[in-house]
Design a protein around this ligand. Structure first.
Ligand SMILES: *[C@@H]1O[C@H](CO)[C@@H](O)[C@H](O)[C@H]1NC(C)=O
Ligand SMILES: *[C@@H]1O[C@H](CO)[C@@H](O)[C@H](O)[C@H]1NC(C)=O
Ligand SMILES: *[C@@H]1O[C@H](CO)[C@@H](O)[C@H](O)[C@H]1NC(C)=O
Ligand SMILES: *[C@@H]1O[C@H](CO)[C@@H](O)[C@H](O)[C@H]1NC(C)=O
Ligand SMILES: *[C@@H]1O[C@H](CO)[C@@H](O)[C@H](O)[C@H]1NC(C)=O
Ligand SMILES: *[C@@H]1O[C@H](CO)[C@@H](O)[C@H](O)[C@H]1NC(C)=O
Ligand SMILES: [Zn+2]
Length: 269
């Protein structure tokens, strides 16, 4: 198992939501994770210069979205587009499952952010009025100047065995990438249903951060108010590969970082 992942170049890399790829096209697994000293409480210590915002930032994600207090962005002011592709690369990064696809963009705040990738978390990272969800999907956009924006979808279990069709095609060959550092190809991906979903519901918005190292801030988040559906079989299959990759809920935006607050308490005599 170990030699297998080494073969697939599981080289530690202090990277972000937007992962670098090895020159030979193999996947680099990430050094951070969600367990023990690789986990979110210790991300800062993995690289105190690169990951400074993880412990000191005051605008960190994910958050509990309080619907009465949240900002909402009119969906008509956003333009989320992704073109249909015959297939896309689907990678197991150890810290998550990611589809690398650049055939899309988001126009927000009068700026065009090209799509970089989308990936999944289980359980959800955001809460809504304290409620969490079984999964969450993040579409990450990044400009050449490295400005990042994220569109997020919470994912709820369907009581009718229904799965958002796009996900059937994404997860079609999930079994191939059970090991970190491996990748496969998705089936044909048609995003029109997903985009229609996004365009026909509300959008919670706030300025937060990457939820993985280096936790960079000034990231506008656009979270669809209506969760997507996933069926129980698919949820279990994804969970068995994705394991657990959810950062703990951060303080309300603008409030001191919870790690700073606790560190002060811990060192008090
Ligand atoms: C998590 O990351 C830490 C630090 O990189 C590493 O020592 C540990 O083995 C990893 N644990 C798992 C379960 O991947
Ligand atoms: C920490 O991050 C900085 C900036 O990204 C990088 O130059 C440095 O090599 C990293 N240090 C370690 C020990 O990974
Ligand atoms: C949205 O962006 C797409 C792709 O860039 C473009 O073709 C389309 O005209 C835009 N729609 C609006 C309403 O601006
Ligand atoms: C998607 O983007 C890739 C890389 O830029 C390009 O080769 C491909 O033709 C694009 N596919 C579609 C359907 O736009
Ligand atoms: C958007 O940018 C264009 C071109 O830079 C500018 O003409 C326009 O006034 C801007 N609109 C808004 C709402 O900021
Ligand atoms: C996020 O920051 C941008 C740029 O400073 C600002 O225009 C926007 O209103 C902010 N959004 C929210 C929801 O606070
Ligand atoms: Zn994410």
């Amino acid at each position: 198992m170990r030699s297998f992942s080494l073969l697939f170049a599981a080289i530690p890399l202090a990277s972000a939501h937007v992962y670098a790829r090895a020159p030979d096209g193999l996947v680099k697994a990430n050094d951070f994770n969600y367990t023990d000293l690789g986990g979110p409480l210790n991300w800062y210590a993995l690289n105190t210069s690169a990951n400074e915002a993880c412990s000191n930032g005051h605008h960190q994600s994910p958050i509990d979205i309080v619907t009465d207090a949240s900002d909402y962005t009119p969906v008509s002011s956003l333009n989320f587009t992704v073109s249909t592709v015959d297939s896309a690369r689907f990678e197991n990064l150890g810290s998550g499952l990611e589809v690398v696809i650049t055939n899309g963009s988001l126009v927000a705040n009068n700026k065009t952010f090209p799509l970089a990738q989308f990936h999944f978390h289980t359980p959800s990272e955001h809460r809504v009025n304290e409620e969490y969800f079984p999964m969450e999907c993040h579409f990450v956009f990044q400009t050449e100047a490295k400005e990042i924006a994220v569109i997020a979808f919470l994912m709820e279990l369907s009581p009718f065995g229904y799965t958002t069709p796009l996900f059937d095609h994404v997860f079609a060959h999930l079994d191939d990438i059970a090991s970190p550092g491996t990748y496969t190809e998705t089936d044909k991906l048609d995003f029109s249903g997903l985009i229609e979903h996004f365009n026909s519901h509300g959008v919670y918005s706030y300025n937060g951060s990457l939820t993985t190292p280096p936790c960079s801030e000034n990231v506008p988040w656009y979270v669809s108010t209506e969760p997507l559906h996933v069926n129980v079989q698919q949820y279990r299959a994804v969970k068995s590969v994705l394991k657990f990759n959810s950062r703990y809920t951060q303080n309300a935006i603008g409030q001191p970082n919870l790690l700073q607050v606790s560190a002060k308490e811990v060192t008090k005599q």
